[in-house]
Design a protein around this ligand. Structure first.
Ligand code: ATP
Ligand code: MG
Length: 554
């Protein structure tokens, strides 16, 4: 992978300082997804941050599945997450599962009980919530709070053995029901869930809560810098409490950063899952989703995603990033790599009436004028071609420089043509147009006789390969000012447009995930899900231009 200098950020500064002062002598970070869905571009921010920082300081990054909730997790997600991290270009230094530490976590909980710092509570989840107090009022102590150590040890063991039903009992930390930090008001450490876990099967029926499990996972693995998103800032005192009171040898440091939010984009896994389950989209890899698998299928490259994440950087306050910024990095990445070819998305037949019937000539075309190393190809030209419907107008407005009766345009890589007839069906719909060409104007011959204002693209009709094009718009529309509508009420009915058109014959052998720049239309990716031997399907990744300017973001 290319070695981009990591831009300075506050987390990097903390690491530099920790290394200087000898707080840690080797950096270990981790990316800790819960396998309860597919990764999205928000996760990519965490991945790039963790792996890049460890890389820069010769440290290590673990991929750890935070699989402590069997009710929502699945092996399918574990595999998909591994694939996505690899595809983004990162190799983890160790693959870990929180569920492998269940025994150790249990023992640490027993230690807390023995120290008088945890107790088994019979209150229901609802009662616990009700007695928790508010920001201005202290909570109420549970009547079970002062059980003896012996009774707690006995009950906790019986919880593990499966003697109680879900919700009947929990293990809580005994901290302070009057703490101004609600997270310290005797948080729940363990709950009962009689459910089969994808890794540990039916071995356990009690599962640790995130706030207890996460610090232990970090400490067990020797993670030094545990990076998480801002909503965990208030949990940090509890994180430190768990590390301290469980007497963990390693002392990781939790540092919070702002989540990535993208305009017009559904982010959280929970919401994406809803779109998938309600079949509003075509699976987790729908090209309109910001899942890593959706972005991959749409055609975004790992480089463009990494560079986008690096550019936005990390900060301590939440903001919304313009989703067009990702397109900017996609164009930057593909500009010199993607072959430039011609595709007609909405075909209109043109007959060149003075071109000899049955003649086909081969014209030379550059594959990428900005990168001559990509060479040239030959494209056929004959009496019948397709152009875009909107490159012709019978009654054009002023300043329309494309084809109209009497006007001459340049066909990219070919000749000037001039329209002389419009053929319509009995309903008045245009079926084809008739033009003449001027042999003198052949591209590449240095013709300077006269100039035309418009250049349009085309494909030769007999040899053209039919293709399907899928054009995308944002899946959700922007929230109306003042209206707090659910994203499900803001689904854009026009987020997908499917067109049937043509591509050049030399694209016969394209493979899924091949990328092209179609002249004037933008960057396209060969769709891996719907492309077959008979039918090629192209996803538009991004148009060629947008109003977005990187400079405006600074
Ligand atoms: P979601 O709400 O989408 O399920 P999550 O935080 O619950 O996200 P996890 O699988 O628990 O998902 O997260 C793995 C890591 O990715 C965590 O460290 C989390 O902080 C980080 N992460 C998740 N969403 C974002 C985001 N939008 N921006 C940056 N980091 C994120
Ligand atoms: Mg989560």
């Amino acid at each position: 992978m290319e070695n981009k200098p990591t831009s300075s950020n506050f987390i990097r500064n903390i690491i530099i300082n920790d290394l200087k002062e000898g707080t840690y002598d080797k950096i270990v970070t981790r990316f800790p997804p819960e396998p309860n869905g597919y990764l999205h571009i928000g996760h990519a921010k965490s991945i790039v941050l963790n792996f890049d920082l460890a890389d820069e300081f010769n440290g290590k990054t673990h991929l750890r599945f935070d699989d402590t909730n069997p009710l929502k997790e699945d092996k399918e997600y574990v595999e998909a997450i591994k694939e996505d991290v690899k595809w983004l270009g990162y190799n983890w230094d160790g693959l870990y599962f929180a569920s492998d530490y269940f025994e150790e976590m249990y023992n640490r909980a027993v230690l807390l009980i023995k120290k008088g710092l945890a107790y088994v509570d019979d209150l229901s989840a609802e009662e616990i919530r009700q007695t928790r107090g508010t920001l201005t009022e202290p909570g109420k102590e549970s009547p079970y709070r002062n059980r003896s150590v012996e009774e707690n040890l006995d009950l906790f063991e019986r919880m593990r053995k499966g003697e109680f039903k879900d919700g009947e009992k929990v293990l809580r930390a005994k901290i302070d029901m009057a703490s101004p930090n609600l997270n310290l008001r005797d948080p729940v450490l363990y709950r009962i869930a009689h459910a089969t876990h994808h890794n540990t099967g039916d071995k356990w029926c009690i599962y640790p809560m995130y706030d207890f499990a996460h610090p232990l996972e970090d400490a067990i693995e020797g993670v030094t810098h545990s990076l998480c998103t801002l909503e965990f800032e208030d949990h940090r005192p509890l994180y430190d409490w768990v590390i301290r009171e469980c007497e963990m040898e390693n002392k990781p440091k939790q540092i919070e950063f702002a989540k990535l939010n993208l305009s017009n984009t559904v982010m959280g896994k929970r919401y994406i899952k809803q779109l998938v389950e309600e079949k509003i989209v075509d699976g987790w890899d729908d090209p309109r989703l910001a899942t890593i698998s959706g972005l991959r299928r749409r055609g975004y490259t790992p480089e463009s995603i990494r560079n986008f994440i690096r550019e936005i950087g990390v900060a301590k306050s939440n903001s919304i990033v313009d989703s067009q910024m990702l397109d900017h990095f996609l164009r930057e990445d593909l500009k010199l790599k993607a072959p430039r070819t011609m595709a007609v998305l909405r075909p209109l037949k043109v007959v060149i009436t003075n071109y000899p019937e049955d003649q086909v000539e081969m014209l030379e075309a550059e594959n990428n004028p900005e990168n001559p190393e990509m060479g040239t190809r030959l494209i056929p030209f004959s009496r019948e071609i397709y152009i875009e419907q909107d490159d012709f107008m019978e009654n054009p407005p002023k300043k329309y420089h494309r084809l109209y009766p009497g006007n001459e345009v340049r066909l990219k890589h070919a000749y000037f043509i001039k329209c002389h007839d419009v053929i319509k069906d009995e309903n008045g719909n245009i079926v084809e147009i008739h033009c003449t060409y001027d042999p003198e104007t052949k591209s590449g011959t240095g013709f300077t006789g006269r100039k035309v204002k418009g250049t349009i693209h085309w494909v030769e009709a007999k040899h053209a390969i039919p293709a399907e094009f899928r054009l995308y718009e944002p899946l959700v529309l922007e929230d109306q000012e003042g209206e707090e509508e659910s994203f499900l009420d803001r689904i854009n009915p026009n987020s997908l447009e499917i067109l049937q058109g043509f591509i050049e014959p030399n694209m016969e052998n394209v493979k899924p995930q091949d990328k092209f720049q179609f002249f004037r239309h933008g960057y396209f990716n060969v769709d891996p899900k719907y492309t077959t031997d008979e039918k090629k399907v192209f996803n538009r990744i991004a148009p060629l231009k947008s109003s977005f300017k990187l400079e405006d973001q600074k």
